[in-house]
Design a binder for this molecule. Structure first.
Ligand code: PMV
Length: 336
């Protein structure tokens, strides 16, 4: 009962921010539909992926989880159990498990490491338990660890339906990694752990007066961006993603207490992207998750040109080039 899986991180084009409190907040049912691109880092050794091995055995006395050589305890272990417990129940066993996981990129730095991590965990655990689940069902279990992990089950471009229950809040693939030609440059400003976790941020979303309008617009934008992706309309995708990002950050900045994930360098990158669009007529757009780092979206033809410009901004530690990732997968390469 041992299995391994590799899953990738994703960047939200339409953001998930805040949980629906009509159902249990523990289920991570979002306030709106969201859309993402699952991403593969191709510039260097950082592929933005998590490799996880899990084994269940009646001989194990304790549950054990290790991430990047560090044993996980407390809240981290609780989040793992939120996925493993229901899967063990489905299989009707109560064996303890050992899990080992490696991220090839910074953890909790706004690069969606939890999305890749919980997606890899779900896929590996379901296989180790010989559970025959669809991709959509897998996404509901990954969601219990971290909402955005629901989307990382799939490669390419992904639509996560808000839903009204555990079963109906699932992610579905819009199209594959080769169906829409888009790349991104991640301008890394800070690789450190973020000060305010997205968990706390989700709770604060409802304290912003702008949240209801963000929810309404996000639903509309999710539908619009899906159509634009399927129509290969890059400009439209970029414009919608950028607007939606600003809606989320407006909610963050007007929450009580206010959340500022940006650094002054974040604003410099935003201004540079706007300048490139206006003065050089380049189709590039920005989006930012819950951290200071900026994803600059562009077509593959101009990626190196834009990368060079971003790398010359003072304060940019480095850049990572990404393209749409293929599906997550199981592998026979076990970590123990
Ligand atoms: O899945 P979480 O709880 O880490 O939340 C992700 C929140 C954002 O990255 C800011 C937006 C998103 O949809 O991924």
């Amino acid at each position: 009962m041992k299995s391994s899986a590799i899953a990738h991180s994703n960047i939200a084009l339409i953001k998930y921010w805040g949980n629906w409190d009509k159902v249990s907040p523990k289920l991570n049912i979002p306030l709106n539909d969201s859309v993402s691109m699952t991403k593969y880092g191709f510039s260097e050794s950082i592929h933005l992926q998590t490799h996880t091995t899990i084994e269940f055995s009646e001989d194990f006395k304790e549950n054990e989880a290790i991430l990047n050589n560090n044993p996980l305890k407390g809240r981290d272990m609780e989040r793992i159990l939120k996925i493993i417990n229901p899967l063990r129940n489905l299989k009707k066993i109560d064996y303890k498990f050992k899990m080992m996981s490696f991220n090839d990129f910074p953890t909790q730095a706004g690069l969606a490491s939890s999305a890749a991590g919980f997606a890899a965990l779900t896929i590996a655990a379901a296989k180790a338990l010989s559970l025959d689940l669809t991709q959509e069902e897998l996404s509901t279990y990954a969601r219990l660890g971290s909402g955005s992990a629901a989307r990382s089950i799939h490669g390419g471009f992904v639509y996560w339906y808000q839903g009204i229950s555990h079963e109906t809040s699932y992610a579905e693939k819009i199209c594959g990694s080769y169906d829409f030609d888009i790349n991104a440059i991640i301008a890394i400003i800070d690789e450190g752990k973020k000060d305010v976790t997205s968990d706390l941020g989700h709770e604060l979303a409802k304290t912003s007066i702008f949240n209801p309008i963000r929810i309404k617009k996000s639903h509309e934008q999710a539908v619009e961006i899906k159509a634009a992706i399927l129509n290969d309309d890059f400009k439209k995708v970029g414009m919608i993603a950028e607007k939606n990002c600003m809606f989320m950050h407006s909610v963050m900045m007007t929450s009580e207490p206010a959340l500022f994930y940006w650094s002054p360098i974040t604003l410099k990158v935003i201004k540079k992207v706007l300048y490139l669009r206006k003065s050089e007529n380049l189709d590039c757009f920005f989006t930012i998750d819950a951290g200071p780092n900026v994803h600059c979206l562009c077509r593959p033809e101009i990626i190196e040109y834009v990368q060079n410009i971003l790398e010359n901004i003072e304060g940019i530690e480095k850049t990572i080039l990404v393209r749409p990732a293929n599906d997550s997968y199981t592998t026979n390469e076990h970590l123990f």
